[in-house]
Design a protein around this ligand. Structure first.
Ligand code: NAD
Ligand code: TYD
Length: 350
C-alpha cells in the first residue's frame, strides 16, 4: 500500500491522475494544491467527499508545510504536477512561473531527499514535465528524443527546463529516486478553458470568435489525458530511477486542423448546419516566440515498459465536445471576472 503525495491534483492532468490512482491503487492519497485560478476542488470533489482522497490547500513553495506533510504521512511516492502551465500567461508575467515551477520544485525535491535519505528504496519522485523544454523543430527535423538538448523558447518552457535540471541534479548528486516524464499537448475532460482545445470548443458552442494565432500551421503532438495518466502510472510502477521518458500520442496535427475538426464536431453535437462554426475562425497576431513544431518519439517508454496510446484525437473528439457541452456550468464557474480580464488582455485588439 503506497502513500501518495500528488501536487497540483486539482488541475487538469493532476485531477485525471488522482481519479485513476484512487480507482487503481489502494493506499492513502494526499493532494497538495494551492488552488490558483487553474485549480478547482470541484475537479476531485467526489473523491474528497467519499474520503478516498485527502486534500491539503497549500503552496509547494512553503517548505515548512511540505516537510510537515512528509513527516505526518511518510509518503513513498510523489507525483509532481503543480505548475503554472500556460505559455501565454508566462509572456504576460513570468514571476509566478519562476516561483512555482523552479522554487516549488526545489522545495519538493529537497523535502523528499531529506525524508527518504535513510531509506530511498521503493520510493519514487515522478516529475511531470513538457516537450516544450526542447524548443521547436524544423519541418524535416526528427522528433524529440530523450537525448535532445534543452532549448526552451518561452518563460514557461524555461521555468520547466530549470525544474527538470533541479530534479536531475538531485537524483545524480543526492540519490533522489527520481524519474522525469516529458509529454506532448494533452486534451480531455477538466482542462482549464484558456487552453486551445477547451477554448475553441466553448467559443464555438457560444458562437464566439475562434482566435487562431498566426497562420495556424504550427504543429503539436496531441495526447489524450487518459493515455498520459496510464503512462505515468506505468512509470510509477516500473520506471527506472534516473531515467527520462518522453510521452507522445503519435498524433501530430496543425492547429488549423485541430480547430476545424472541433468546428465539425460542435456542429454535429448541436445539430447545426455543417460549416456554421468554421465561419467563426479568425487569424490573430501570432504569439511572440511561438514554437513552430513539436513531435515526440516515445520509443523508450514503448519498448522498455510496453506502454502504447490507445486514444486518437479524431475518434475521441466527439465525446470530448459532449463533455464540455454537459459541463458548461463547470466552465462558467471558472470563467470568473479575473478570467474575463485575462481574456480581454490576451485577445482584445489582437
Ligand atoms: P493546470 O494549470 O491545469 O494545473 C496546475 C495545478 O497546479 C492547479 O491545480 C494549480 O492550482 C496548482 N498549482 C499551481 N501553483 C501551485 C503552487 N505554488 N502550489 C500548489 N499548487 C499549485 O496544469 P496541467 O495542464 O494539469 O499540467 C500539469 C503538469 O503537466 C504541469 O507541470 C505542466 O507543466 C505539465 N504539462 C502539461 C501539458 C498540457 O498539455 N496540459 C503538457 C505537458 C506538460
Ligand atoms: P496551448 O493550448 O496554449 O498549448 P502550448 O502553447 O503549450 O502548445 O496552445 C496550443 C497551440 O494553439 C499553440 O500553438 C498556440 C495555439 N493557440 C491558438 O492559436 N489560439 C489560442 O487562442 C490558443 C490558446 C492557442
Amino acid at each position: 500500500m503506497k502513500s501518495w503525495l500528488i501536487t497540483g491534483g486539482c488541475g487538469f492532468i493532476g485531477s485525471n491522475f488522482v481519479r485513476m490512482a484512487a480507482e487503481m491503487e489502494a493506499g492513502r492519497i494526499v493532494v497538495l494544491d494551492s488552488l490558483t485560478y487553474a485549480g478547482s476542488l470541484s475537479n476531485i470533489a467526489e473523491l474528497t467527499t467519499r474520503g478516498r482522497v485527502e486534500f491539503c490547500k497549500g503552496d509547494i513553495c512553503d517548505g515548512a508545510l511540505v516537510n510537515d506533510l512528509f513527516g505526518v504521512h511518510g509518503f513513498d511516492c510523489v507525483v509532481h504536477f503543480a505548475a503554472e502551465s500556460h505559455v501565454d500567461r508566462s509572456i504576460l508575467g513570468e514571476r509566478p512561473f519562476l516561483r512555482t515551477n523552479i522554487e516549488g520544485t526545489y522545495v519538493l525535491v529537497d523535502a523528499a531527499r531529506r525524508a527518504w535519505r535513510n531509506d530511498p528504496h521503493e520510493k519514487r519522485f515522478i516529475h511531470i514535465s513538457t516537450d516544450e523544454v526542447f524548443g521547436d523543430l524544423g519541418p524535416d527535423d526528427p522528433p524529440f528524443a530523450e537525448g535532445t538538448p534543452y532549448r526552451p523558447s518561452s518563460p514557461y518552457a524555461a521555468s520547466k527546463a530549470s525544474a527538470d535540471h533541479l530534479v536531475r541534479a538531485w537524483q545524480r548528486t543526492f540519490g533522489l529516486p527520481a524519474i522525469i516524464t516529458n509529454c506532448g499537448n494533452n486534451y480531455g475532460p477538466w482542462q482549464f478553458p484558456e487552453k486551445l482545445i477547451p477554448l475553441m470548443i466553448l467559443n464555438a458552442i457560444e458562437g464566439r470568435e475562434l482566435p487562431v494565432y498566426g497562420d495556424g500551421k504550427q504543429m503539436r503532438d496531441w495526447l489524450h489525458v487518459a493515455d498520459h495518466c496510464r503512462a505515468i502510472m506505468t512509470v510509477v510502477n516500473r520506471g527506472e530511477i534516473g531515467a527520462t521518458y518522453l510521452i507522445g500520442g503519435d498524433d501530430a496535427r496543425t492547429n488549423l486542423d485541430v480547430v476545424h475538426r472541433i468546428c465539425w464536431a460542435v456542429d454535429a453535437e448541436l445539430d447545426r448546419a455543417p460549416g456554421t462554426s468554421a465561419k467563426l475562425v479568425r487569424h490573430v497576431a501570432d504569439r511572440p516566440g511561438h514554437d513552430r513544431r513539436y513531435s515526440l518519439d516515445a520509443a523508450h517508454l514503448k519498448t522498455s515498459l510496453g506502454w502504447r496510446p490507445v486514444e486518437n484525437f479524431e475518434t475521441a473528439l466527439p465525446a470530448i465536445v459532449r463533455w464540455y457541452v454537459e459541463h458548461k456550468n463547470w466552465a462558467n464557474e471558472l470563467r470568473t471576472g479575473a478570467y474575463r480580464q485575462y481574456y480581454e488582455r490576451q485577445y482584445a485588439g489582437r
